[in-house]
Design a protein around this ligand. Structure first.
Ligand code: COA
Length: 381
């Protein structure tokens, strides 16, 4: 890109460090490695809360009472089944379609069938947030079943959100260790301030478009390997490496080739990502119990090397890859599983945007030519 002259306004590429909104949903301190949802430390929530409590916290700004949580659980249960036309579209997709593409399409379709479709008030948008949280889990499980030629597994009203997702995916009830691991992973991924997909959701919402449009935008943004797609890329890299003894030599070669190592680096964190602390521990536990500790060991080798050589810490996607792999989740569902959680943060940000809205419309510094004269098509060389 040409360098603008000194009279040009300063362009902040990638909007790094730009503060674009007031928000009380998620606090991130990239220097101290601290992260809060609505004032509660992520470590405290990961240790004690359930994903459903965290969802309520993000939408309402306070932890639910028992009565409020029971009501939310009933609403989530009631919203798990998809409208038949949405399920038909999932079933009709090509078997080799990317799950993120099908998820993005399904959420857009769900907007058409939403009972509150034309209502953009807060009560309606809170209902849409709950509904989408329940439905996205069903969509992701149904995508995997459909492409394998299997019928969707109807939701089990006796299971919480994390356990029911694993049940709908695999067709058997998960054990408590798997359920707890996924529940914690969902808590850790629920929100992260103005990350790219959330910003995308807020830009769409700021035009006063509807919740489903904002979430569809967010899913499209999450897909990229520099954002949510990194967890899939991490697992593919580990599988290619294959063995612990190959880990460091492969990474060295990749760095020498100027390749980025997926799952490392972060726009905000310059120290350990507090979410990675939990995911590392969970990865060890889950890989050990499946007799596949080598994926964890390989990750540790890479992590130590990247820190020593590049001063880069791993991010949320690095250890979530091996956690999901050990949970038996297919690799191309890792990013959709991110969405199963992040829908709560996205929708909370949409609610916050609507509550005090201003169109988000930055400027670009024009660096193209000026004063060109139109040449009729037949005279163009
Ligand atoms: N592997 C190797 N080098 C990396 C790296 C990685 N994963 N992440 C950053 N770097 C290096 C860059 O090459 C660059 O070096 P340079 O200054 O010598 O050119 C420097 O660190 C800054 O990186 P940059 O890409 O400009 O930072 P950013 O803030 O724009 O991007 C990420 C942040 C997350 C997109 C970036 O770290 C990345 O691409 N990571 C891999 C993808 C990933 O894991 N994404 C999930 C994020 S949660």
């Amino acid at each position: 890109m040409p360098t603008p002259d000194s009279s040009s306004p300063q362009v902040v590429e990638g909007l790094e460090g730009v503060v674009a909104a007031y928000s009380r949903i998620c606090f991130v301190d990239g220097v101290q490695g601290r992260m809060l949802y609505e004032g509660y430390d992520i470590h405290d929530l990961a240790a004690h809360a359930s994903f459903e409590e965290v969802a309520y916290l993000l939408w309402h700004g306070e932890l639910p009472t028992r009565v409020q949580l029971d009501a939310l659980n009933r609403e989530l249960l009631g919203a798990r089944a998809l409208p038949e036309p949405a399920m038909a579209i999932i079933k009709g997709m090509p078997k080799d379609a990317l799950p993120m593409d099908v998820l993005r399409t399904a959420v857009s379709v769900l907007g058409v069938y939403d009972p509150d479709a034309r209502d953009n008030t807060r009560p309606s948008n809170v209902r849409k947030s709950v509904r989408l949280t329940a439905q996205i889990a069903t969509v992701v499980a149904a995508i995997d079943r459909a492409r394998n030629g299997r019928p969707p597994v109807p939701p089990d009203a006796g299971l919480g959100h994390a356990a029911n997702f694993l049940y709908m995916l695999r067709g058997e009830r998960p054990d408590p260790v798997a359920t707890h691991a996924l529940d914690v992973a969902l808590i850790l991924h629920a929100d992260h301030e103005l990350n790219a997909s959330t910003f995308s959701a807020r830009v769409t919402a700021a035009t006063l478009a509807d919740m489903h449009s904002a979430i569809t935008s967010a899913i499209g943004t999450l897909k990229g390997p520099l954002h949510g797609g990194a967890n899939e890329a991490v697992m593919r890299m580990l599988l290619k490496i294959g063995d612990v003894s190959n880990a460091v030599p492969t990474i060295k070669q990749m760095l020498a080739n100027k390749e980025k190592i997926m799952g490392f680096g972060h726009r905000v964190y310059k120290t350990e990502d507090p979410r990675a602390t939990h995911l590392r521990r969970m990865s060890e536990e889950l890989c050990r119990r499946t007799g596949q500790l080598k994926w964890y060991e390989m990750s540790r080798e890479i992590e130590k090397y990247m820190l020593a050589e590049k001063h880069l810490h791993c991010n949320v996607d690095f250890y979530s890859a091996t956690c999901y792999y050990a949970l038996g989740i297919p690799i191309d569902l890792f990013t959709p599983v991110f969405a199963v959680s992040r829908i709560t943060g996205w929708s909370a940000h949409v609610l916050e945007q609507f509550a005090d809205n201003r169109l988000i419309r930055p400027r670009a510094e024009y660096v193209g030519p000026r004063n060109l004269t139109y040449v009729p098509i037949d005279r163009r060389g």
